[in-house]
Design a protein around this ligand. Structure first.
Ligand code: BGC
Length: 379
């Protein structure tokens, strides 16, 4: 886990300690070139711990805000085709909203993204029981998953738009075996990419499937439903689900179904043919564990294009079917059904109970690594 991480300098909550070697010429040159920065402010408390809001900025004028509560991506402000900035993420504006058990807006999901059927699995001959928080099943890591804990934040260099979060999930956390050490690093590049890198190590075999649950609305306005966005997903197959959204185990062809997004399609065009709306895992083509582009989302109102690259074998496209207007964005818009959508890179749901799916079991001595890059531009 430690090998390729830079020596990070801890942020004492309240101030960013940064490398005071700024007189060093190469450091100055880098700063001049990148003009990227991280700042922090107090955002409240959770579990009696201080919560901060960090702002990452790049040379293009994009800003991303991220909190250490749930290691959550709160906003991503970027220019539309006319140069007007607005956030492409839907979610509450203040910590208060994130504490009211929202539907995972922008949060890191763990230890297991999406569902584990019948709230349990057997590993090494032992049956593990998890909290059932979605009918009889476990969703997004349990009752208190990684989205609902305060992470430790570190800023390696406040002149570089990067932040590193760490969290130690104890043995038995939400029923999962093994003490799991997790690191999530967010970087905002000058190419308007948000890169998310995940690492984890364990002291006992355990399932791990980490993702980010950002809700995108590329128009920057939750009143414009995502039904008019166009989506492309590089996948010949998807994992059909039962009535409780648990994969049947089948890998079904997308051809001649409303799940065929191999060419860009308008999301609303066939959504009525999908019971409840899209909330499925696509089996991404050419998975070899290396980063490759697997999806594109476009919005004709703003002209924005989002490109998604990942090292993962799957992606959950969730069309915001259960959003109900309870949460309000920073600009006062209710987040309603289809106000926003998620593109969650992942291993397939219920893999611990589906031996034919790619394994999600992390063994002691191994390092879990995953990377996803979201890139914004305008057309
Ligand atoms: C799931 C949905 C769930 C949502 C949480 C998605 O990842 O697939 O079924 O409702 O997260 O709000």
């Amino acid at each position: 886990m430690k090998k390729h991480l830079l020596p990070f300098i801890a942020v004492t909550l309240g101030m960013i300690s940064c490398n005071d070697d700024a007189s060093n010429k190469s450091t100055v040159d880098t700063i001049a070139k990148t003009a990227a920065a991280v700042s922090a402010k107090n955002w409240g408390t959770a579990d009696e711990q201080p919560v901060k809001l960090f702002t990452l900025s790049n040379s293009k004028g994009d800003t991303v805000t991220i909190t250490n509560y749930g290691a959550t991506l709160v906003s991503w402000s970027s220019a539309d085709r006319n140069g007007n900035h607005s956030s492409v993420l839907a979610g509450p504006a203040a910590l208060d909203g994130f504490l009211q058990k929202p539907p995972y807006f922008g949060a890191i999901i763990g230890r297991y993204g999406n569902r584990i059927g019948k709230a349990g699995f057997t590993l090494g001959g032992t049956k593990y029981t998890l909290p059932a928080n979605d009918g009889p099943n476990t969703l997004h890591g349990g009752v208190k998953g990684f989205d609902k804990v305060v992470w430790t934040a570190e800023v390696p260099d406040s002149n570089h738009a990067e932040i590193r979060f760490s969290y130690m999930s104890p043995d038995g956390d939400q029923g999962f075996p093994g003490k799991l050490s997790v690191i999530v690093i967010y970087t905002l590049t000058n190419d308007n990419e948000v890169k998310i890198r995940y690492e984890a190590t364990t002291d006992k075999p355990t399932p791990v499937n980490l993702t980010n649950h950002a809700y995108f609305n590329l128009s920057g306005n939750a009143d414009n439903l995502i039904l008019t966005h166009q989506l492309m997903v590089d996948a010949e197959r998807y994992t059909p689900v039962d009535a409780q959204l648990i994969p049947t185990g089948q890998l079904a062809p997308v051809q001649s179904t409303p799940f065929d997004f191999r060419k860009a399609e308008t999301i609303g065009a066939r959504i009525a043919q999908v019971n409840g709306g899209y909330d499925h895992n696509w089996v991404l083509n050419k998975w070899d564990g290396k980063l490759r582009k697997i999806a594109e989302l476009t919005d004709s109102i703003s002209g924005r294009l989002l490109e998604v690259s990942t090292t993962e074998p799957g992606i959950q496209f969730y069309s915001g079917n259960f959003l109900d207007g309870k949460f309000i964005t920073a600009d006062g818009k209710a987040i309603n059904k289809h106000s926003a959508l998620c593109l969650e890179t992942q291993h397939f749901p219920d893999s611990p109970n589906k031996p034919a799916f790619p394994s999600t079991i992390l063994e002691p001595g191994q390092t879990y690594r995953s990377e996803t890059v979201y890139r914004l531009s305008v057309k």
